[in-house]
Design a protein around this ligand. Sequence first.
Ligand code: HEM
Length: 232
Amino acid sequence: MSDTTNNNMIYLQPTPVRIWHWLNALGIVTLCITGAQIRYPEFINIFGSYKAAIRLHNTAGIVVSLSFSLWFFYYTMIAGTMAQLYFPKKEDLQTGILRQAFYYFFNYFRGKPSPHHPTPDNKFNPMQKSAYLAIMFVLVPLVSLTGIFLMNIAPLREVLIMLGGLKILVGMHFLLACSLCAFLFTHIYLATLGHTPFAHFVPMWTGWEKIEDHGSHEPLHDLPKPAEHAKG
Ligand code: HEM
């Protein structure tokens, strides 16, 4: 038994990752709802005044940007596992994504086990790796950057003109935000497709996931030894 396995449980989500994830989730859900009111004030009024919605939207944007820095710092400077966890390998792209999609579309409904068995050093299946890479390296940085521009229109006037003007920037921010919102629904749905509906939610709260018992899992003593930092 190692530091990352205990009684058929495996330690998958270190504390900094959990803190980042739930701050980020709260921030992004707040951004989506306040953003909807800012975009469609004539139809949506949840936070009282328009000004209140903007203030909350800006605060949530800062929370998301700060928690993003925590995520980035933890995975690159402390754990050092960013590339290993988040970058799909050749095999993931050639066959892994298809195999995982086939599982989600067919085999999951036939009660078959997932082809991917998470370990601390390889916790994402090929579809998760690709999706999380796009979300964390493209979507979240771009939506934050366009948001920071929109919060500083006067001082960044020259740069804004170079980028095509305010209308282009607002349009980009809106489309990126819609993509993030679409990801959120898919993400939550796919997260319920563990061996029980909450199997993937529990480790995002406690750090520990129950190992699925279907006979084909690696024996516990074969699981990789954790890095010292893995247990947050
Ligand atoms: C209410 C909203 C959310 C819920 C309920 C939720 C749920 C979960 C769950 C259960 C996991 C662990 C299983 C898995 O990896 O799929 C997870 C992981 C993850 N989620 Fe979310 N999520 C939410 C919002 C978000 C948002 C807004 C983002 C990004 C913009 C996000 C990005 C991620 C990433 C990158 C991981 C992997 C984290 C890691 O282990 O490094 N999630 N989420």
